[in-house]
Design a protein around this ligand. Structure first.
Ligand SMILES: Nc1nc2c(c(=O)[nH]1)N[C@H]1C(S)=C(S)[C@@H](COP(=O)(O)O)O[C@H]1N2
Ligand SMILES: [Mo]
Length: 496
C-alpha cells in the first residue's frame, strides 16, 4: 500500500484551512458579544470561569443594565467582521459551517474509499505507549521515524485521528447543543455535555485545541524537512519541484488571507448587503429547523434561575409609568391587520382566551441563558379569536420602548419583532403575562411579552401593545422583520 498525497487530500486540506480560519474568526466575533464562559446554564453574573475583559457587571449594581452592554468591540484583525457585528459574525459562521461539513464529509468518504484511512485510524492499542515514546524522542531533540509501513509516527497518527474523528465531530455536536430549536425539541441533549453553557465552553476550548494542532502540525511539517514534506502536501509528491511547491503553497496561503481580508472589509462596509447575501444561504436552513422543531421543554420548579439577565431598557415615558402605576388596568392589547375580527383586549379579557404555564430555557443570541416559568395566553388562542385572513403570513409585535431614548448607540425607533404564523401556532408560543408565578416585572416586559421557545431571545418582544397580522413585513421599519434585524443586522430566522 502506498500512502502518498492524492490530489483530493491536498484540496480538502486547503479548503479545510480556509474554512477553519473563517469559522475561528467569526466564532471569535460571536464570542465578543458575550465574552465570558460559564459552566452553568444560569449564567449568574460573577460566576463565569473565564472572562475575556476587565469590566464586570453585577446583579446588584445600582443602575439598571442590559446584557447588550456586556458586548465588546473586538478588532477586525481577530474577529470576522469584528466591531460589535454579532449578526454578521453569525452569518459567516453558519454559512461557512455548511461548507466545512461538506468538505469534512468528502474527506472522510475519500479516506475510506481510497484505503487511506489506515494512515489515520489506529488498529492497535500499542499506539498509545508508542506515541509517548515518540514524544520523548522529540523532547530529547531528535526526530521520530514513522511507524513501519506508514507515513506517520505514532504521535502524529494519534493526533490526526483525534482531530478528524474526535475534535471535529465534537465541534459540530457542541455547536448544535447551543441551538434553541435543537435543545427546545431535545431538552436533554445538552446534558450530554453537562449543559448548554458547558457545550459553549467546550466549543471554544476545542477551537483552541484545533488552533494549537494547526500550529504544531505546521511546525512539524517544517521541522521534518521543508521543502520535502511541503512539496508532498502541496504538489502531491515527495519528488515534486521544491521551488514550485513553495510558490504554490505560498499562493494558497495568500488566497486564504485574501478571502479573510475581503470578507472582513466587505462585511464592515456593506452590512445590509452582507446580511442579505449570506442570509440567502443561512436563513432557509434556520427556517426549516424552526419549522421542524416544537419545544418539549418541561423544566422543574427547582431548575428556575435565581438571576435572569435583562436585555433592553423599559419604556421610560410618562404614559408607561402611569400604566404600570395603575397595575396596567388601562392597558389594552390591539390586534389588527389581516383579520376578520380586530380585537382590543384588557388583561382580564386576554386571560379569558386561555392560559398555559411552562418552565423553559431562554437563549439570548449573545450567548447567555436562564430558566424561568412563564404563564400566559397561547398565541394560537389569540389567533383563533381574531381569525386571520387566508393571506396572513406573519405576526408583528409592536412594543412600547423607543430605542432612540433608551439606548444611545446611534440606533433608533420603537422596538418591534415579527414571527411567522407557523411559530405562533406552536403549543409553547404564548403572550406571557406572568414570570415565575407573578405578574411580569417591568424589566422583563410588563404587562405582556412574547415567548416562543425554539427561538433566540430577541424574537420575544417585551412591552407588547399591539399585534398586527400581515402578509409581508417588507414595508415595516427597514423591512428586515424586526428592530434587531433592521438595526443590528441579525438574521430574521432565529433557530440556531
Ligand atoms: N421591546 C423589547 N423586547 C425585547 C428586547 C428589547 O430590547 N425591547 N430585547 C430582546 C432580547 S435581545 C432578549 S435576549 C430578550 C430578553 O428578555 P429579558 O429581558 O426578559 O431577559 O428580550 C427581547 N425582547
Ligand atoms: Mo438577546
Amino acid at each position: 500500500m502506498h500512502y502518498g498525497f492524492p490530489l483530493w487530500l491536498v484540496l480538502t486540506h486547503f479548503l479545510n484551512i480556509l474554512f477553519l480560519t473563517l469559522l475561528a474568526r467569526s466564532g471569535v466575533g460571536i464570542l465578543s458579544a458575550f465574552p465570558k464562559l460559564y459552566l452553568s446554564d444560569h449564567c449568574h453574573p460573577g460566576r463565569e470561569f473565564i472572562r475575556f475583559r476587565k469590566r464586570t457587571f453585577s446583579a446588584d449594581s445600582a443602575r439598571p443594565w442590559s446584557s447588550l452592554e456586556e458586548e465588546e468591540s473586538w478588532s477586525p484583525v481577530l474577529a470576522l467582521p469584528g466591531r460589535k457585528n454579532l449578526g454578521l459574525a453569525r452569518h459567516w459562521h453558519f454559512m461557512t459551517i455548511q461548507f466545512w461539513i461538506l468538505t469534512g464529509l468528502a474527506y472522510v468518504i475519500l479516506l475510506f474509499a481510497d484505503d487511506q484511512w489506515r494512515r489515520l485510524v489506529p488498529t492497535d492499542w500499542a499506539i498509545v505507549p508508542d506515541a509517548f515514546r515518540v514524544l520523548a524522542t522529540y523532547l530529547s531533540g531528535r526526530l521520530a521515524p514513522p511507524q513501519p509501513g506508514l507515513p506517520y509516527n505514532a504521535a502524529q497518527q494519534l493526533a490526526y485521528f483525534a482531530v478528524v474523528f474526535v475534535l471535529a465531530p465534537l465541534q459540530i455536536l457542541t455547536g448544535a447543543a447551543m441551538s434553541p430549536s435543537v435543545i427546545g425539541r431535545f431538552p436533554r441533549y445538552p446534558r450530554l455535555f453537562g449543559g448548554r453553557q458547558v457545550a459553549r465552553s467546550l466549543h471554544f476550548l476545542t477551537l483552541c485545541a484545533l488552533v494549537a494542532f494547526v500550529v504544531v502540525h505546521t511546525a512539524m511539517v517544517v521541522i521534518h524537512g521543508i521543502p520535502r514534506e511541503f512539496a508532498a502536501i502541496v504538489l502531491t509528491s515527495y519528488g515534486a519541484n521544491h521551488t514550485r511547491a513553495v510558490v504554490v503553497g505560498a499562493a494558497g496561503l495568500l488566497v486564504i488571507a485574501g478571502v479573510n481580508v475581503l470578507a472582513t472589509a466587505f462585511s464592515l462596509r456593506h452590512r445590509r448587503r452582507t446580511q442579505r447575501l449570506l442570509g440567502r444561504m443561512v436563513d432557509p436552513f434556520e427556517r426549516v429547523l424552526s419549522r421542524a422543531s416544537t419545544s418539549r421543554q418541561r423544566f422543574r420548579a427547582t431548575d428556575v434561575s435565581s438571576y435572569f439577565r435583562v436585555n433592553g431598557y423599559p419604556p421610560p415615558d410618562e404614559r408607561y409609568r402611569q400604566l404600570a402605576a395603575d397595575g396596567f388596568a388601562e392597558y389594552r392589547l390591539e390586534v389588527g391587520g389581516l383579520v376578520e375580527q380586530p380585537l382590543r383586549l384588557s388583561l382580564d379579557e386576554l386571560r379569558g382566551l386561555g392560559w398555559g404555564t411552562r418552565t423553559t430555557k431562554h437563549n439570548c443570541i449573545q450567548g447567555w441563558s436562564a430558566i424561568a416559568e412563564w404563564g400566559g395566553v397561547p398565541l394560537a388562542a389569540i389567533l383563533e379569536a381574531c381569525r386571520p385572513l387566508p393571506e396572513a403570513r406573519h405576526l408583528v409585535f409592536l412594543a412600547l420602548d423607543d430605542k432612540t431614548v433608551t439606548e444611545n448607540e446611534g440606533r433608533h425607533g420603537y422596538f418591534y419583532g415579527t414571527i411567522p404564523l407557523f411559530l405562533a401556532l406552536k403549543p409553547q408560543s404564548i403572550l406571557a403575562l406572568e414570570m415565575n408565578g407573578r405578574p411580569l416585572p417591568v424589566e422583563h416586559g410588563a404587562p405582556a411579552r412574547v415567548r416562543t421557545e425554539t427561538q433566540l431571545g430577541f424574537k420575544m418582544v417585551k412591552w407588547v401593545h399591539a399585534i398586527q397580522i400581515v402578509d409581508s413585513y417588507a414595508a415595516i421599519g427597514q423591512g428586515q422583520g424586526g428592530w434587531r434585524e433592521d438595526q443590528q443586522f441579525y438574521a430574521n430566522a432565529a433557530g440556531v
